[in-house]
Design a protein around this ligand. Sequence first.
Ligand code: FSX
Ligand code: SF4
Ligand code: F3S
Length: 385
Amino acid sequence: MEHAKLYERLAERLSKLEKFPRIKEDKSIATLMEEHGISRRDFMKWAAGVTAMLSLPSSFTPLMAQAAELTDRLPVVWLHMAECTGCSESLLRTDAPTIDSVIFDYISLEYHETIMAAAGWQAEHNLESAIAKYKGKFILMVEGGIPAGATENYLTVGPHGQTGFASAKKAADAAAAIFAIGTCSSFGGVQAAYPNPSNAQALSKVTSKPVINVPGCPPSEKNIIGQVLHYILFGTLPALDAYNRPKWAYGLRIHDLCERRGHFDAGEFVQEFGDAGAKKGFCLYKVGCKGPYTFNNCSRERFNQHTSWPVQAGHGCIGCSEPDFWDNMGPFEEPLGNRLYHTVYGEGADKTADKVGVTLLAATAVGIAAHAAIAAIKGSGKTEE
Ligand code: FSX
Ligand code: SF4
Ligand code: F3S
């Protein structure tokens, strides 16, 4: 009954959106899909996958497909701050066009520095007119940390040398919804790593409006597009965790659904890269996997249309969707538990644990390290040829 009511409410919202004028008149999504060799059947299969990912019942699949068809009614402004453009690459650089990347083409992207043709004065003008034309109606996606150094001059964009800080603030003030795309925009990211020379900040420090964080360095294409579709369907904030990450994507630890989890439980670990255990697909905890402390859906959804993800490729998770992971999760190829036990320079374990940031994280680290240690004592972690 509850589902029926929700279905009705969402269907009503979509039929209202459908009446909005299409921003892109040139092509329908069906034509675009056809051009990329994607059948209607593939599209519906994809819509079923996204429906499950957003924890909606499978009967909502037609609504999801309809929401994807309406992404051209929604103006999006995408700003680049201090970062590596990996988030955009995550969406755009798949070797074959995925449905997510086709939808990204279809979205009415009013401004995106990496893929637009305009440059210089023209680009700046485009941004200003998009913000003015769609005031209060556009989605703002920001990629990158925002340098707020002493003079705010660490990042300037465009011919007027506007600071990144000012440009993000101006766009955020006029946006209908704000998504921080990637760990840099969500939490500061690599440029905010100690000693953070440009005083890089999270997008949420630039505006007082709610910011939905979609972290990951980079986030998967699914988490970016999924967030857009969630907004089209619901028009409200999703349920968020303590770090403003949508729970549908960041509600579980990598470790919870990892395909190597059976080996972790059995105490079967890779002791060093390339050993016999690595060949058998054993757990990567002892070579640094941070999956037990990292909240993201990589082990469930994977990347590039479900083909692979870091742990499947043979390297541990480095915790890239967690705040300050550059400082807190390193060294990336050593277990976090080692750091908690083998304290350096006379610092106590508690003091070191404090730096990890979250008590839960530290407690889990101790538990996980204990598991690995017990497994080693039992001798079951050995991987002789
Ligand atoms: Fe790079 Fe995006 Fe990392 Fe940051 O991703 S993949 S440095 S999250 O902002 O471009
Ligand atoms: Fe998977 Fe890493 Fe957990 Fe091992 S420690 S089961 S590799 S997430
Ligand atoms: Fe990042 Fe770990 Fe996923 S490193 S991409 S959160 S497996």
